[in-house]
Write a protein that binds this ligand. Structure first.
Ligand code: FPP
Length: 252
């Protein structure tokens, strides 16, 4: 992400950046279709993932410019370990490459990097690099980029249940007092605004264990675009669709 000018640090802590309810504060994307993009071109799957990383760069910048506060990207699911050893290794190499080559740009652009999932599973070296990147972008305010790495929503919910059960066992909480807010507070996404918009590319219409709890009232957009073809115009179009939807949150 080599940009001509830094993104303005528009966001004050805890305050909606644009104040415009038509701009989603928190957008999440299931970046699907890298493999098919590559296959269409007779290229190896890793070429699709590399092109996917380019789409990540463009999308982060476009989201920041649109006034989105938090962008959560499903980069590696807890089920992706079932892929071939070669593809897993390609994906982790790409993450390392992205960190090495993009960190300076992320800092310059005011992007705060955060992680959800269990990135420790990628080994101590990559986990430490990721953690250093999180630390070094901690004060950035143009946009928060949350990378979901070795993330699975059911696992996240099971962990939250375990934590609450331990607190109950210790007598710190009354089991009867456990409510939606307490569960939400144990999720890794607790510190960010509610998810407003979830986009999935590549024509697949499912959530694939991504942000199941958080998506309860999110608007969902499924696009046929393969992830490497997703760009600023695709994001703008999706935000346009979101802007004209009426959110009811179960009311009328
Ligand atoms: C789904 O496409 C995509 C993934 C499993 C990984 C997403 C990874 C990237 C976008 C690149 C890595 C990003 C960074 C920032 C390092 P698929 O392989 O399932 O595609 P297919 O369904 O067409 O086979």
């Amino acid at each position: 992400m080599t940009l001509e000018r830094p993104l303005a640090p528009l966001r004050a802590e805890g305050v909606a950046r644009t104040g415009d309810a038509r701009v989603p504060r928190h957008v999440a994307i299931i970046m699907d279709g890298n493999g098919r993009w590559a296959a269409k071109r007779g290229l190896p799957r890793v070429a699709g993932h590399r092109a996917g990383a380019e789409a990540v760069r463009k999308t982060v910048r476009a989201a920041a410019e649109a006034g989105v506060e938090v962008l959560t990207l499903y980069a590696f699911s807890s089920e992706n370990w079932r892929r071939s050893a070669e593809e897993v290794s390609d994906l982790t190499a790409l993450m390392r490459f992205y960190l090495d080559h993009e960190l300076a740009s992320l800092k310059k652009e005011g992007v705060q990097l955060e992680l959800i999932g269990e990135p420790e599973a990628f080994g101590p070296d990559l986990a430490a690099r990721l953690q250093r990147a999180v630390e070094s972008t901690r004060h950035n305010r143009a946009i928060t980029l949350v990378m979901a790495l070795n993330y699975g929503s059911r696992g996240e919910l099971a962990k939250a249940a375990q934590t609450l059960a331990v607190k109950a066992q210790r007598g710190e909480i009354d089991p009867a007092s456990i409510d939606e807010a307490m569960i939400g507070a144990e999720l890794q996404t607790a510190r960010w605004p509610e998810l407003d918009l979830l986009i999935r590319t590549s024509g697949e219409v499912r959530l694939s264990n991504f942000l199941l709890w958080q998506a309860a009232y999110a608007e969902l957009i499924f696009l046929d675009t393969l992830w490497p073809d997703f760009d600023a115009a695709s994001l703008t179009a999706a935000l346009g669709q979101y802007a004209v939807r009426q959110r009811r949150f179960g009311g009328r």
